[in-house]
Structures are given as C-alpha cells and as structure tokens.
Design a protein around this ligand. Structure first.
Ligand SMILES: Nc1ncnc2c1ncn2[C@@H]1O[C@H](COP(=O)(O)OP(=O)(O)OP(=O)(O)O)[C@@H](O)[C@H]1O
Ligand SMILES: [Mg+2]
Length: 240
C-alpha cells in the first residue's frame, strides 16, 4: 500500500519515559503516516522496546503526548489501546506456550469474538502452516513457526497499526527474509507498521522511513533510501 503522507495516524510529542532514576527515553518525537513501514533502529539499551511499550500503554510517559487518530492515549491501558487498533508483538512473540495454536488465536480475537470465524479463515489462508497445527501446543512449534503464530494472533484482533519488537532476532537468514516479506505483505493489506530492529540491512530494504535511537534520544530520522547511505548509519551498522 502506498503510504498516505498527509494522514498522520500516530504522533509522539516530547515523550520522556523513566524507570526510577533512569531516563529510558528523552523528549522523543515521532510521526507515522497511514500505510507506512517505519523502522526504529538502535543498539542494545537504546530504548526501542520502551518506546513500543509506551505506545501500547505498558509504560507511562512522565512527560509528553501520544496521539493516535487524534486522541491522546498516553494514559490509556494496554487493553483499551489494543481495542482501539494498535497491536504489539513483543520480542518473545507474546504467545502462550502451554496453550494450543487455536487457543492462542482465540485469545488474539478476545475483544472481537463475533468476528472470530471470519478472521481465522483469513489468518489460515495467509499462514497455511497454522492450519494443520491448530490442536498442537504452541510451545512445541519450531521457533520460526512460533513467530508465524505471533503474526496470526496479532491479525485476529482488528488492529490497524502493527508494532513488532525485533521480529528477526534468533532466526536463520532464510526465515528472516520470510518474516520481512510477511511484514511487507501485511503492509500491502493495509497495516501500518512500526518495527524495532537491529538487523538494519534487512529492515532498511523494506522501510519507508527510519528513526535512529541512541541513549533514549532520536538522533537521526528520514527516508530509508536516504539514510541507508548516511555516513553515521554506514559506520554504525554496515561496518564501513
Ligand atoms: N523495567 C525496567 N526497569 C529499569 N530499567 C529498565 C527497565 N526496562 C528497561 N530499562 C532500561 O531502559 C533502557 C532502555 O531499554 P530498552 O529495553 O527499551 O532498550 P532496547 O533498545 O529495546 O534494547 P535491546 O535492543 O537490548 O532490546 C536501558 O538502559 C534499560 O536498562
Ligand atoms: Mg528491546
């Protein structure tokens, strides 16, 4: 889907998040237009997960605003925000390993149960590997299959923004490409995507725009095609 640069769907203004004395994010500003794939890059401890968790309501900013579809959501709880259309796939996938694949998908549709049948058909069509495994306990799926289940679960809700925390971590190169192709396919189906990644080389191929976080601050942002060649990014991430 071609992003609609005119329509800002999510806006973060001057957001600060602290864990006690530690400032994990300092006056962060970020905007996402409808239909974009935005990638947040930064090394360990930069604040990527904190940013995604704040958007979904798991951490509360001490300063600043989060505006989604023109509503201030920074003080809302995660349940409310998910119902309103933002879904986070956390680093561990957020699936329940002792439950079956089918039960996990049901939980994904928790707030939208009347649409369960319709949604599960869409999910199974997109991810046929889940179909034969509906009764399988999620913890016995391979690492890559668990990642697919996490996507499936996310799609069971009626979210419009899908956030992913380092979806490629721990996967083989072949699977990493598959994950990014899945993200691109979901974007083409209308999802706006915000993802945190350390795999800058892969992520920048699929991104429209990139934000670089260092020590809780955005130090660089711009179009992916421009930033790929930025000296600071090349030096930090491409080893040149
Ligand atoms: N629950 C917490 N309590 C105290 N400090 C925390 C907590 N969670 C994160 N931090 C600190 O906040 C900073 C940002 O952490 P965060 O997890 O957001 O970084 P990240 O960019 O996701 O790193 P990684 O790539 O390693 O996942 C770090 O200094 C971290 O130690
Ligand atoms: Mg993290």
């Amino acid at each position: 889907m071609a992003p609609n640069r005119e329509k800002i769907i999510l806006k973060i203004e001057n957001m600060t998040v602290r864990y006690g004395p530690i400032f994990a994010l300092k006056k962060v500003n970020l905007k996402i237009a409808q239909g974009e794939i935005v990638v947040l890059i930064g090394s360990n401890g930069a604040g990527k997960s904190t940013l995604l968790k704040s958007i979904i309501g798991l951490e509360k900013p001490t300063e600043g605003h989060i505006i989604y579809q023109e509503k201030e959501i920074s003080l809302w709880g995660p349940d409310h925000i998910t119902r309103f259309g933002i879904f986070l796939i956390p680093e561990d996938g957020g699936i329940f390993r002792t439950l079956t694949v089918e039960e996990n998908l049901q939980l994904g549709a928790y707030h939208f149960f009347s649409q369960y049948q319709e949604r599960i058909e869409v999910v199974i069509k997109l991810f046929p590997v889940l179909k034969e495994r509906l009764k399988q306990v999620a913890g016995t799926l391979s690492g890559g299959e668990q990642r697919v289940l996490a996507f499936g679960k996310a799609l069971m809700s009626n979210s419009r923004i899908l956030m992913l925390d380092e979806p490629s971590i721990g996967l083989s190169p072949k699977y990493i490409v598959q994950i990014f192709e899945t993200i691109q396919a979901l974007n083409q189906r209308g999802y706006t995507i915000l993802l945190a990644e350390q795999n800058v080389i892969q992520a920048s191929k699929y991104a429209n725009r990139i934000y670089v976080l260092e020590n809780g601050q955005i130090v660089l942002n711009g179009n992916a095609s421009d930033l790929r060649n930025h000296p600071r990014i090349k030096e930090a991430y491409f080893g040149s």
